[in-house]
Structure formats: structure tokens, C-alpha cells
Design a binder for this molecule. Structure first.
Ligand code: NAI
Ligand code: MG
Length: 353
């Protein structure tokens, strides 16, 4: 198969983990006789430095033509003082919006070898295997107005949703559940928020189209607690943009590190942007310490969701498993025993596998 992949390395450890993703993709192409071509573009802080905007027109154009997009991470202290519309994060929010990437899939699965790396009890973590389906282009992060008023003494953010926006993400969650353990937990704050009440209504309507899936509602505060006391309880969690952002970082403790969590963001045409859940980690950037596995597992999601390459994706996940089995990991994984290696070495070991 021929596939054209746009790489958006971004900032901090973004370029390091993007390199790992590219090397793994090349290895898959060589092994399975595919032809993958690559094209890199600036986004975030790097784009601000080179083009005075966090999201250059060229980047959007290239992304729209790609078969799939891989993004590293954006942001860092260098750009923190810039005004809101010029911040690196605007590049990321902008590309999600421009490509209509409304569905963010974040699988969270504890690897057997890393159970000790979680601060939670082993028996709590062991059976966790869940998928967070986060709405990505609406809600609190996009609602207008957002402004300071009254000489800066009053501030307004807006949580707005169209019914159709809720419908399509809820459909995605039910469909994801159908190929998993067939249980959806819809997370909201319906005791306080009007948007959550509409969210519940939509879920209640939609569930009749998916009779094979069971569904329940849970308030976000209760869900936050259950995620660390009984994560195995969950199969698919579907939720609003900000709730999903927070819950997925919380869920990273199950995997032992934020550096283990992959994600896929899909639009209605099935075009996907794949990125690790973590940020640009300025504290370790440029030191070859970044854990590449979140990115490599994101590549596995790309192979599966955008290219329909099930076998290749499984092989890649098995290679990650094998490297962990051999005891190799990066320094972010807090384990006694095993061998700590650099990010590039860990990625090379996955490629060798
Ligand atoms: P972060 O995810 O960059 O880092 C949090 C902690 O986890 C740090 O101690 C970091 O060293 C560690 N970490 C993260 N990824 C790692 C990896 N692959 N390997 C080893 N350790 C890893 O979040 P933080 O520090 O809150 O934000 C840093 C910058 O990243 C900010 O500018 C923020 O806006 C941006 N950011 C960007 C995101 C994106 O591009 N999708 C998402 C989250 C934050
Ligand atoms: Mg986040």
C-alpha cells in the first residue's frame, strides 16, 4: 500500500518522539512492502519562530491532503508570555478544528511489566483496560465568548455544544464499545450543567440504536475517584472536551507514565491525527530521555484506524511488549530492576523487534 504521512514534530520532546514514530513506520513499510512517504511541517512554537503564527497555512494544506498525520507535542516556556491567539496550543486546537477531528480516542491499558511503576496498588491496576472517548472540537475549549471584562476583574469562558456535536461523539463511543467489552460510561456533571443535561438526553436516545451495548451515566467527580480506585470497572468512557482532557491524564497513572499513552483523533471522513497524550516535556527536552512508546503506540493506532493494517498494528504492539518483557524502559518509568535506556535506544529496540 502507498500512504503519505504528514509529520508535525512541534516543540520540546516533540521532534524526538516524532523521529521514533517515523523510524517505526519505515520499519513497518520495509517489513510489509508498503511505500510510506513523509513530509514535515511546523506547528506550535516552532511555527511561531519560523512563520510568526502557530498554525501556518502550508501546514493545514499538507495535513488536509495526507492519508494520516502524526503530531509530536507543542508548547514550552519560551512562548508562555505570548498573547492567547499567538500561543503554541492555538496551533493544536486550530488543526483539530480545521480538520474536524471531533473524536479523540485514548486507550489506557496497563502493561504487565510496568504494574510496579504505578503508584496505585498492583491489584487495582492489573485488570485495567479502558478507552476514553473525548469530544475534541467543542465545549469549554472552543466556546465563545471567552474574555476579560470590567477592566480584567471579570472573566468569562463558555461551554457550548450543538446537539449534533454530542450525537456524533456518542455514536463513536457506542461503536467503539461494540468491538470491545460493550459497556459505555457517559461522564458528565448533569447535576449542575445544562450542557450535561442535553448530553444525557442524547445518550438516552442513542442507546436504542445499540441494543448490544450497556450504558450508564456517571458524574465526573465520581468518575475521577473510580478511575484510581477501580479502573477495571470501565470499558468505554465518553465525555466532554475538558473532562476528557483531565481524566485521561489521571488515567496515565495506571500505565506508570504519561509517556505510555497514545491517542487518535478522527473526523467524519476517517482521516486521523495521531499523537502521544503527553505534552512537550521541556524539563527533559533535548536529553534523549523522552519515552517514545506513547508515540509508537500512536503509530499502531494509525496503522489500524487510518490504513486498515491490522496485522502490522498487532506486530508493532507485540514488538513493544517484547522490549518491555526484556526489561528495557526509559527513566520516566519508576521501576526497580530492568534496564533504563535512552529514548532513541528504546525506539531502536522496538524497530529491531
Ligand atoms: P507534559 O506532558 O509535557 O509533562 C508532564 C511531565 O511528564 C513532565 O515531568 C515530563 O517530563 C513528563 N513526560 C511527559 N511526556 C514524557 C515522555 N514521553 N517521556 C518521559 N517523560 C515524559 O506536561 P506539562 O509539563 O504540563 O506541559 C509542558 C508543555 O507542553 C506546556 O507548554 C503545555 O502547554 C504543553 N502541552 C502540550 C500538549 C500537546 O501538545 N498535546 C499536551 C499537554 C501539554
Ligand atoms: Mg492534556
Amino acid at each position: 500500500m502507498e500512504k503519505h504521512i504528514v509529520l508535525l514534530p512541534g516543540d520540546g520532546i516533540g521532534p524526538e518522539v516524532t523521529k521514533a514514530a517515523k523510524n517505526v513506520l519505515q520499519a513497518i513499510a520495509d517489513r510489509y512492502h508498503h511505500s510510506f512517504t513523509f513530509e514535515s511541517h511546523d506547528i506550535g512554537g516552532a511555527a511561531i519562530d519560523h512563520h510568526e503564527t502557530p498554525l501556518p497555512e502550508d501546514t493545514v494544506k499538507a495535513a488536509k491532503k495526507a492519508d494520516a498525520i502524526f503530531l509530536g507535542a507543542v508548547g514550552g516556556p519560551k512562548w508562555d508570555q505570548l498573547p492567547g491567539h499567538m500561543r503554541p496550543e492555538k496551533g493544536l486546537l486550530g488543526i483539530r478544528k480545521q480538520l474536524g477531528l471531533f473524536a479523540n480516542l485514548r486507550p489506557v491499558k496497563a502493561f504487565q511489566q510496568l504494574l510496579h511503576a504505578s503508584p496505585l496498588k498492583q491489584e487495582v491496576v492489573a485488570a485495567s483496560d479502558l478507552l476514553i472517548v473525548r469530544e475534541l472540537t467543542g465545549g469549554l475549549y472552543f466556546g465563545e465568548p471567552r474574555e476579560r471584562r470590567n477592566n480584567g476583574k471579570t472573566v468569562v469562558d463558555t461551554l457550548a455544544y450543538e446537539r449534533s456535536e454530542i450525537e456524533r461523539i456518542v455514536d463513536q463511543a457506542f461503536q467503539s464499545a461494540q468491538v470491545r467489552r460493550k459497556h459505555v460510561t457517559s461522564v458528565d456533571k448533569a447535576n449542575v450543567l445544562e450542557s450535561s443535561r442535553l448530553w444525557r438526553e442524547v445518550v438516552e436516545e442513542k442507546k436504542h440504536q445499540y441494543p448490544d451495548v450497556t450504558v450508564e451515566h456517571m458524574l465526573v467527580d465520581a468518575a475521577a475517584m473510580k478511575l484510581v480506585t477501580n479502573p477495571a470497572y470501565f470499558d468505554v468512557i465518553v465525555t466532554e472536551n475538558m473532562f476528557g482532557d483531565i481524566l485521561s491524564d489521571e488515567a496515565s497513572v495506571l500505565t506508570g507514565s504519561l509517556g505510555m499513552l497514545p491517542s487518535a483523533s478522527l473526523n467524519e471522513r476517517g482521516v486521523g491525527l495521531y499523537e502521544p497524550v503527553h505534552g512537550s516535556a521541556p524539563d527533559i527536552a533535548g536529553q534523549d530521555k523522552a519515552n517514545p512508546l506513547a508515540s509508537i503506540l500512536s503509530v499502531a493506532m494509525m496503522l489500524k484506524h487510518s490504513f486498515g493494517m491490522e496485522e502490522e498494528a498487532e506486530q508493532l504492539e507485540a514488538a513493544v511488549q517484547e522490549v518491555l518483557d526484556e526489561g528495557y524502559h526509559t527513566a520516566d518509568i519508576d521501576l526497580v530492576g530492568g534496564t533504563v535506556v535512552s529514548g532513541s535506544e528504546l525506539a531502536r529496540r522496538v524497530v529491531d523487534q
